[in-house]
Structures are given as C-alpha cells and as structure tokens.
Design a protein around this ligand. Structure first.
Ligand code: ADP
Ligand code: MG
Length: 704
C-alpha cells in the first residue's frame, strides 16, 4: 500500500484510507447516513439504533482494504496515542469463523484504565475505563508493517466518567465555544448560522538525523535530545538552511511522508527547510480543531515511521540540539460558522465590522485574563528549553495586532473606530515584475500570539505536544468572554451602542497585552514587567495556574473540566516532568560513566605514552605535558560532575510530594546536568576524534 502508489495520481490517493463523507454517502442506507450526519454536523445525540448498520458497513469497507482488526484509537494523558486491536473474527459452532463487527464494538471499548496516568482519579485496583467512538473525526484504515486495522477515533474516560484523555476536554470546549459564539452572533443579528467550530492549522517542526549517528547516541534514543555535544564549528549563522533547496534524500522522505498522510486524509500542504540545519517543517491545511488534533498525532507518528524507512531518525523534541533553534508547533486558531463565515476575517473595512471586532476583542480579553493558564497549557520539560530560556518565543504572553488593527484598537480606546489603514502597492522598481498588492499589516515573527490576517497564531506550543491542550484552553477562555459579552448584549436595548461600549471598555482594560515590537529583547522583558504581564520561565511554576480557584470556576462553568479533573491533570503533568528529568539525569550519568570516562582515560594514556616516548628520545615537549595535565584535570572534574549528578538524582527521587519533587528535579538535577555537560563538551574538543564515543553535532546536523 505504501510503496505502490508512486504511479497513482494524488487525487486517487487522497483520503483513500478514510471512511469519509463520500464513502458514507455511497454505502450507508439513506436514513442512517442522514442520522449520522446530523450528529457529526449539528452535534445531535448519536442514535444508538444506527450503530449496527454503520459498524457492518465500516467492516466490509475495511476488509476490502485488507484490514483484519479494528481498534479504538485514543489519547491518554501520556501525550501519545493508544490502541488495542481486536480481530473481526467470530468463530461458528462448526469450527469455522465469520467476520463480525457490532455496533456495540464500534461505540464502546473497555481498555484497562489503571495503567494510564490518572493523577489519582483511579487507583490501580479500580481498573475500569471506557473508550467512546468520536464520530466527528473520521474512522480510517492504517497499516503497521503487514498488519492492517480499522482505527476508530475515541474519547477515553473512567468508570466514574472523569476524562482521562486529551480529546474529551477538547470536545467539551468545542461545545462551549459553539454555544457562546452562537449567543453572540444571534445577539448581533446573525440569523443564518447554526454552529460555530474552532479551526486549527498546526505547523509541525522536526529534525531528521541519519540513523547511523542516532543509534550511537543513547541520549537521543532515550530522551529525544542530546544531553552532551560540543557546538559544531558551523551552526545556523549562515542563514542558508531556512527555505533552502531541499536535499534529495529529504525530498524523497517528504514525498513518501506526504503520500502516507494524504492516504489518511491529512491535508499535508506546505513543506520547507527550517532555520536550524537538519530542521524541517510541515503544515497541513487547517481543519476543525478536533480533526486537526487527531491528524497532528497521525502526522507525528507517520514522520517517525517514514524516517526509519529512509535511514533517518525523526526528532520531535523541542530542543534536540543546544545552540541551534529548537522546534515549536505554531498553533493557527480561528473559528468558523457552518455557513462559512470566518469570525476572525477582518474584511475590507475592519473598523466598521462589528462582528469581527467583537470576536477579536474576545480573544484579546481571554488571552490577557488567562495568560497564566495559556502558558501552563504549553508547559513541558522540553519546552522549558525554548520559552524564556535562550530562545524564542519568550515566556511572556503578549499579542501582536499589526499596524492596521492596532490603529483601530487605539481608535476604540477613545471611542468608535472610523477608519482602517489600507495596504497599497509594492514598488519593486523593475517594470517586468508584476505589481504586488501589499497587506495592510507586516508580520512579526517574535510574537507568541500574533494576528496573521484572519486567524491568531499561538507560537508557544512545543513540537512534541498534542494540540489538544492549548486548544481546549483557548476554546474555553474565549467561550468564557463570549458568554460575558452575550450576557450584556442580550440585555441591551440598543445592541450596537452596547457593542461599541464593550469594545471601548475592553480596549482600555487590555491595552497592556498588545505589543508589536521585538519580543526577544531585554527591554521588552522590563517593559512587560512594568505592565504587570507575567513572565513564568519554567514548567513547574507555570503549572500552578491549573489549580487556581478562578481557573477551576471557569472550566467548571463551561463543562470542560471539573476541579477534580484539573487537579488530576496538574498532578499528571508534574509527575511527567519529574519522570522526564529523572530519565535525562540517569542517561547523562550512564553516558558519562560508561562512554565518556573510558574514552578520556584512554586518551590520557595515549598522551602519557607519547610523552614518555618523547622524553626517552631525549626531547622535552611542553605541549604534550600541558595536554596531559589539562586532560587529567578535566577527568577529575568529570568524576566530580558524575558524582554530583548521581547524588542530585538520588536526593530528588527521595523527595515526597510531587510538587516538591518537581522543584527538586528543577533546582538540583538540571543544574548538575549542565555542570557535567560543560566538562564533557570541553573534553570533546580535546580527545582524539577516533576514540570519541559519540557522533558529533557536525555529523548529526550536516551529514545527509
Ligand atoms: P506561516 O509559516 O507563514 O505562518 P504556514 O502556511 O506555514 O504559514 O501555516 C499557516 C497555517 O495556518 C496553515 O496550517 C493554514 O492552513 C492555517 N490556517 C489558515 N487559515 C486558518 C484558519 N482560518 N484557521 C485555522 N488555521 C488556519
Ligand atoms: Mg510556516
């Protein structure tokens, strides 16, 4: 299936493994199709009577595609997907088998919930958990090696109906956003739209490293990032990789990746070289946030799978290499009505586009009021290397509006907006070049939350994380503000006057979060502090936002997460942080003790022998003597560094209470790892290359 599509056209391949709308229309009985469509498009409750028919049709379709199994495919709090496969077989009394798939099996699965993170919601003995078919994300067929299964996107909850996954709160938040957006639209006089859905286009960054090098790096294998490595003499300073010509080996990889994704109905659209050497990006065409999130999970998985076929390892970690850019996942968010109105489309005269301004202002207010929760939604140990560390974007949440909208925003502050700045034409000074229309707003690459034409781009998300987290937070906080606005508009005698008053009030309250300048400067940090914007530099501190009572109120009010579910998630995320840093610490010790120390000792022996031979020949060599004493000193430092890191890990692992433990890992283990790394990286610059045990940065980043 994967390699046989070379000669087929893209349009034949696209969606060929998806039980999509066209297939449903063609194969399902008319009334069943209509009923299912009502659930998918209008959110009507799923009619249990249609499940058997749908299951049977799905099974026949899947078997035609070579499937022997089906599985509920869900997203537990591990951050990756989970699946348990069952064969379609059902033995008959005469010792043969028929192939069966019932409505009950389609609708509900019962995986053991006790072995997934539950943050205390489930004890080990309380095992029962359920998966429920999410018919709003299409079923598909996927091959893993020779095995082909029917995949059923599902939500995952406990016996006591708490959400144990990433999908459930996302679906709940979409409902909340729909409900509150519709109230606002109706209040503003819209009579044509019936539903509002959040849309998402996630830009996925990744690295490809030759598998021959990666296999000799235990740190890459176990932690997804390099824990050691002296800088390559050449890094990204030539600015020649970004948008550079695509290398042949990479091109072949991208082609196969696209084909695999297209078959799964993932609309992989844009591909290019990114800023760091060996770094790339793929962006799909946006979809409703639930489908886009499922598709992003498939994209990450497929990137890794296809990489292996091409002799690469695909790294999705936020910071695989020190000293060059890390990887993010730019989260392009908007909301669209069922009759196709993008609620963040400014149109040609945004200043008098009341609906647009209300939705724009709702996002601004939501982000300003909930900046800490938004920051928490992207908090992982990997992302700590980006946010607020040596790299962009900063940990300060601010919003870029650009010239045109900032001008309107300022007009709103002092009353109604009466004009919009226009774009105009570009003057290129060459008569043969086409006349280009200029956008009315420039771009700002440094902003963590930027308005980009007809959507907001939240740039703080990490490359490895599920998009469910940031988006259920965005949907919910925006729904909360829309609810507040709807409450006011519904009561108003003159809606337009009220809308203007709201816009003016919010513009004044939230001007502090608008920032169009360079977010990477020290001056901005100072300025942001003056404005009272939070700057939370690490995951442990930022996760606190999740247990803020006001946050609990907000998420409970909109039926997205209960206080208990939020607390459980907080615990799970802290535990995950602890486990990740623990694995990094142990891996660093392992490599330093068993690979670096032996190599350093071997090298110092070589220099000592050479020195003795030189002496015996009657020559004194100051250089050799210095090299020997320098290496010997570093070996001593290495020993100290290893012992300190071992002690730090041991001490941190003994701490009781997950919050205190996370603090211990942050404050003891991470600094001990950095100290050890500095010694190892220095040794790398001295030890004979032929005995240095780790592939170097130059090899991993530049050799294809
Ligand atoms: P850039 O790198 O210039 O920001 P890309 O083309 O790489 O742009 O990515 C932009 C992403 O935004 C794409 O995934 C695109 O589909 C998505 N996008 C465009 N319009 C919307 C929208 N209305 N809602 C959500 N995402 C959108
Ligand atoms: Mg891009």
């Amino acid at each position: 299936m994967s390699n046989g599509i070379e000669s087929e056209s893209v349009s034949n391949v696209y969606g060929s493994n998806v039980f999509n709308e066209a297939i449903m229309h063609e194969r399902l009985p008319k009334d069943v199709y209509k009923s299912l469509k009502r659930t998918i498009d209008e959110g009507a409750p799923l009619d249990p009577c249609i499940a058997n028919v749908v299951a049977s049709v799905m099974k026949d379709w899947a078997i035609e595609k070579g499937a022997t199994h089906f599985c509920h495919w869900f997203q537990p709090m591990t951050g990756v997907t989970a699946e348990k496969h069952d064969a379609f077989i059902s033995p008959t009394v005469d010792g043969r088998t028929i192939l069966e798939f019932s409505g009950k099996e389609l609708v509900k699965g019962e995986p053991d919930a006790s072995s997934f993170p539950s943050g205390g919601l489930r004890a080990t003995f309380e095992a029962r958990g359920y998966t429920a078919w999410d018919c709003t994300s299409p079923v598909f067929v996927k091959e893993n090696g020779a095995n082909i299964s029917l995949y059923i996107p599902s939500a995952f909850c406990s016996y006591t109906s708490e959400a144990l996954d990433k999908k459930t709160p996302l679906l709940r938040s979409m409902d909340a956003l729909n409900k509150q957006s519709m109230r606002v639209l109706r209040a503003l006089g819209n009579t044509t739209s019936h539903r509002v859905a959040a849309t998402l286009g996630p830009e996925q960054e990744y690295f490809l490293v030759d598998a021959e090098f990666a296999k000799d790096r235990l740190d890459l294998t176990l932690t997804g990032r390099t824990l050691f490595g002296a800088p390559s003499p050449k890094g990204q300073e030539m600015e020649d990789h970004y948008f550079g010509a695509i290398h042949e080996r990479i091109g072949s990889y991208m082609r196969e990746l696209n084909q695999e994704l297209w078959m799964l109905g993932v609309a992989a659209k844009t591909q290019h070289n990114e800023v760091a050497p060996a770094q790339y990006e793929l962006a799909p065409i946006f979809a409703t946030v639930n489908v886009a999130t499922d598709h992003n999970q498939l994209t990450m998985e497929t990137m890794q799978k296809v990489a292996i076929r091409h002799g690469f390892v695909c790294l999705l970690h936020e910071k695989p290499f020190a000293g060059v850019n890390g990887s993010g996942k730019h989260n392009n968010w908007s909301a669209v009505t069922d009759d196709g109105i993008n609620l963040l489309e400014p149109g040609s005269s945004p200043h008098d586009n009341e609906q647009f301004l209300i939705f724009l202002m709702a996002v601004i207010r939501a982000v300003d009021k909930n900046a800490k929760m938004l920051r928490a939604s992207v908090a992982t140990s990997g992302n700590d290397h980006r946010l607020g560390a040596n790299e962009a974007p900063p940990a300060i949440v601010s919003i870029f509006l650009g010239d045109q909208l900032t001008d309107i925003f300022k007009q709103l502050e002092v009353g109604g907006a009466t004009s919009s700045k226009a774009g105009g034409e570009l003057k290129l000074g060459v008569s043969t070049l086409p006349k280009l229309h200029k956008d009315c707003t420039d771009r700002n690459r440094t902003s963590p939350f930027a308005f980009t034409g007809n959507k907001f781009e939240f740039r703080m998300a990490g490359s490895s994380q599920s998009t469910a987290g940031p988006n259920f937070v965005l949907n919910t906080i925006i729904a909360d503000v829309l609810c507040e606005i709807a409450d006011e508009l519904e009561k108003a005698s003159d809606v337009s006057v009220k809308a203007q008053e709201i816009l003016q009030r919010f513009a004044n309250e939230h001007k502090k979060i608008i920032f169009n300048g360079d977010n990477y400067t020290k001056e901005w940090e100072k300025e942001a502090e003056k404005r009272g914007l939070p700057n939370i530099r690490n995951s442990v501190d930022s996760l606190e936002a999740m247990i803020d009572p006001e946050v609990a109120r907000l998420f409970e009010t909109h039926g997205v997460l209960t206080n208990g579910e939020l607390h459980a998630r907080y615990e799970i995320l802290l535990e995950r942080y602890v486990k990740e840093i623990n694995i990094e610490g142990l891996t660093a010790v392992h490599i330093a003790k068993r690979q670096i120390m032996p190599a350093a000792i071997e090298y110092s022996g070589m220099v000592a022998n050479a020195l003795n031979a030189t002496k015996a020949a009657g020559v004194t060599s100051k250089a050799q003597a210095k090299q020997l004493s320098d290496v010997a000193a570093l070996i001593d430092e290495l020993q100290v560094g290893i012992v300190s890191l071992e002690e730090a890990v041991e001490k941190a692992s003994d701490v009781d209470g997950v919050k205190k433990q996370a603090i211990a890992y942050r404050d003891l283990v991470i600094p001990a790892m950095s100290t050890l790394r500095a010694v190892v990286d220095q040794l790398e610059t001295m030890v004979d290359a032929s005995i240095w045990p780790l592939p170097t940065y130059a090899q991993m980043l530049f050799v294809r």
